[in-house]
Design a protein around this ligand. Structure first.
Ligand code: SF4
Ligand code: MG
Length: 348
């Protein structure tokens, strides 16, 4: 397999300090805790999780905004985490970001030409032979905008057009990987499809690889070849698109799936609907054992089987309350889930 980006055991912890004058170090938030992923060339990996799951922190580490606490990032097999500044910058060029909100991520005082060409200041080597202005015009054309609008300002464009500008900006330095952080969630539903289509077209034409971050599974379903699901800083499930959608094997994934709206009723999932209760616990003080046990719908069903004498109020099996489940292989070696009862998930 041809892997363009590999993340090994990546972690990002933030210190938590309390007190007004003497800020005492009282603990840490494990925003990302031991995540391993691989992205294949020319493919899309959908990374799904609610806000607070750690997916945005992971993105910041990958584009170099944050330094990892632990772990490795490999781009084309080369470890980016242990390079010097200049080399790191060169490799970082290959991971560019498309931001969530095209209304706030474009500087209103800069012209479209300045915005799209901005990255050339950081990466002068990336300016194509024909020069910057020509390159910017070509980029605008490539994303479906009028190249003659190079001198216009962001407010003169619609939301969808602004996101096209954001995509052109990300493409300017000819990256291998686009990290798309919920790139369509701020757009009207009618526009979302157009932007997704553009991303797919660009992927086919340019051989780009996408890490596509989303908070639900519905958008990812169309674009992703592989899917990874995060909860409280950890991966809880990953696999191919078909594996994860057809045989969801973590109770959290299963719950996210039943929230996916299906336009055609005949295609609706035959499995029962599952509503996730409660909010995500604080990452400062995550639950012991399985991080998901405070919201898990499956655990109480398993309880009678494994722990008949259990006395907890929600009757959660002891193993769920005490042992953190490892991400383990299911029927296919590439389909992984972190649940003590992974084999029972899709039956319920
Ligand atoms: Fe639920 Fe237990 Fe599986 Fe965690 S390990 S997801 S609590 S059944
Ligand atoms: Mg695809």
């Amino acid at each position: 397999t041809d892997v363009v980006l590999e993340v090994r055991d990546l972690a990002k912890f933030y210190p938590v300090r309390r007190g007004i004058v003497l800020k005492r170090h009282v603990g840490e938030v494990k925003a990302v805790d031991g995540v391993s992923l691989s992205l294949r060339r020319g493919k899309t990996l959908g990374l799904v999780g609610e806000s607070g799951s750690g997916k945005s922190t992971l993105a910041k580490v990958l584009v170099g905004i944050e330094k990892p606490t632990r772990g490795q990032i490999l781009v084309d097999g080369e470890d980016v985490s242990n390079l010097g500044r200049a080399e790191r910058r060169e490799l970082r060029r290959h991971i560019q970001m498309v931001f969530q909100d095209p209304y706030t991520s474009l500087n209103p005082r800069m012209s479209v030409g300045e915005i799209v060409g901005e990255a050339y200041a950081i990466h002068p080597d990336a300016v194509p032979a024909g020069g910057k202005a020509k390159a910017v015009r070509e980029l605008l054309d490539r994303v479906g905008l009028n190249p003659d609008h190079i001198h216009r300002y962001p407010h003169q464009f619609s939301g969808g057009q602004r996101q096209r500008i954001g995509i052109a900006r990300a493409l300017a330095v000819r990256p291998k990987i686009l990290l798309c952080d919920e790139p369509v969630s701020a757009l009207d539903v009618s526009i979302q499809g157009q932007v997704i289509n553009l991303l797919e077209e660009l992927q086919d034409d340019l051989g780009l690889s996408y890490l596509f971050i989303a908070h639900d599974l519905s958008i990812v379903r169309h674009i992703a070849d592989e899917v990874a699901v995060m909860y409280l800083g950890r991966l809880v499930e990953s696999g191919t698109d078909a594996e994860v959608y057809e045989v969801p094997s973590h109770p959290y994934t299963r719950a996210l799936m039943s929230a996916v709206p299906v336009p055609d009723p005949s295609l609706r999932d035959q499995r029962r609907e599952i509503v996730l209760e409660g909010d995500m616990p604080s990452p400062v003080d995550p639950p012991q054992g399985c991080h998901f046990h405070t919201r898990c719908w499956l655990a109480p069903l398993m309880e009678s089987r494994v722990d008949p004498a259990g006395s907890q109020s929600r009757s959660i099996p002891t193993i769920c309350r005490t042992e953190s489940p490892k991400l383990g292989a299911l029927e296919s070696p590439d389909h992984l889930a972190a649940c003590h009862f992974a084999d029972d998930v899709s039956a319920h």
